[in-house]
Design a protein around this ligand. Structure first.
Ligand code: NAP
Ligand code: GLV
Length: 306
């Protein structure tokens, strides 16, 4: 069995070594043009030339949860795409989302500014009932985030394509219920995959539908947000602020107005990092399971796009 590794923006060598150690029976190498075709590939945003040079490929293992970059490629029929299924990401997303929700709710930025100015001041306590948190997407990451936020006793809602039942979470399903979900939400957390159905879903209309003082936490993909719509909503007070981890263009260009907007907090697409050893263990486990003819989790449905 041959496994090739093709990663845009990161070094393949540690992945090659880790996969080789986990699967000693396989021949693992970093992709180079002209290389012998492989059975499985471990990839992040590979170029079309890579796919075209791999006629016998059975599986593309994506080293992330989101497969939007792969869905832009022309993939041969019969090639399976398998995304990372948690592999240590959901706990990171739960940390990040809870931190952003609590930082906003408890006005921790205001306290920090006051402390820096040497002032000992108090803010009036706020009611968590006034800060319902809505999670767009209740998949591997969204469900964990919803449960984690509910632990802090905020009212929590979630929206997904198909109906879910999650203890402590009021759930809404399908496009017809998006409006109800939004009008009941004040702090909106986005954990949808980027697909034709979800591109641009965070826009003037949907963000204006939130409860007064709405707050956006986008930790899925930059393409979900219509970036030009955000600053006018913040400037006229329709939204109280935004925490953004993902952007239409990454790295965020130096001249982008989001960098210096006082109501926007930025992180560099790191809300849930790929953890190499957990990911290698998961991918190796799936390769072995597939060799035994067993079904594996995280196989992408091309019709849905995730
Ligand atoms: P997932 O398990 O596939 O879950 C996706 C959720 O979105 C599901 O609940 C799905 O509904 C829902 N959904 C999809 N299309 C929808 C639509 N048109 N209408 C309503 N709901 C829809 O994905 P995941 O593992 O939770 O990851 C979510 C996304 O997070 C990834 O695709 C990726 O873009 C992003 N991500 C970002 C980072 C980062 O560092 N910023 C890290 C990892 C992942 P059903 O359950 O009904 O199918
Ligand atoms: C990161 O953005 C991922 O999709 O895993």
């Amino acid at each position: 069995m041959r496994i090739t590794v093709c990663l845009t923006d990161s070094k393949p060598e540690p992945w090659v070594q880790g996969l080789q150690a986990a699967l000693p029976e396989a021949e693992v190498s970093a992709w180079a043009p002209g290389q012998q075709p492989a059975d499985h590939a471990v990839v992040w945003a590979p170029p079309q030339a890579f796919i075209d040079a791999q006629p016998g490929l059975k599986t593309l293992f994506n080293i992330g949860a989101g497969v939007d970059a792969l869905m832009q490629l022309s993939l041969p029929p019969g090639l399976a795409v398998v995304r990372l299924d948690d592999a240590g990401m959901s706990v990171q997303m739960a940390e990040y989302a809870c931190h952003a929700v609590i930082r906003h709710f408890r006005e921790l930025d205001v306290y920090e500014a006051e402390a820096r100015a040497g002032r000992w001041t108090y803010r009036k306590p706020r009611e968590r009932a006034d800060f319902p948190v809505g999670i767009l997407g209740l998949g591997v990451l969204g469900e964990r985030v919803a449960r984690a936020v509910a632990h802090f006793e905020f009212p929590v809602m979630g929206w997904s394509r198909t109906r879910k039942e999650i203890e402590g979470v009021r759930t809404f399903a399908g496009e017809a219920r998006l409006g109800d979900f939004l009008v009941n939400t004040r702090v909106l957390v986005n954990l949808l995959p980027l697909t034709d159905a979800t591109r641009g879903i965070l826009n003037k209309a949907t963000l204006s539908a939130l409860k007064p003082g709405g707050y956006l936490i986008n930790i899925a993909r930059g393409g979900h947000l219509v970036e030009d719509d955000l600053i006018p909503l913040l400037d006229k007070g329709q939204l109280a602020g935004a925490t953004l981890d993902v952007f239409e263009t990454e790295p965020l260009p130096a001249a982008h107005p989001f960098w210096h907007h006082p109501k926007i907090s930025i992180t560099p697409h790191g809300s849930a990092r790929t953890l190499r050893s957990e990911s290698i263990a998961q991918i190796a486990g799936k390769i072995r399971a597939m060799a035994r003819g067993e079904a594996v989790a995280g196989v992408v449905d091309f019709e849905r796009g995730y």
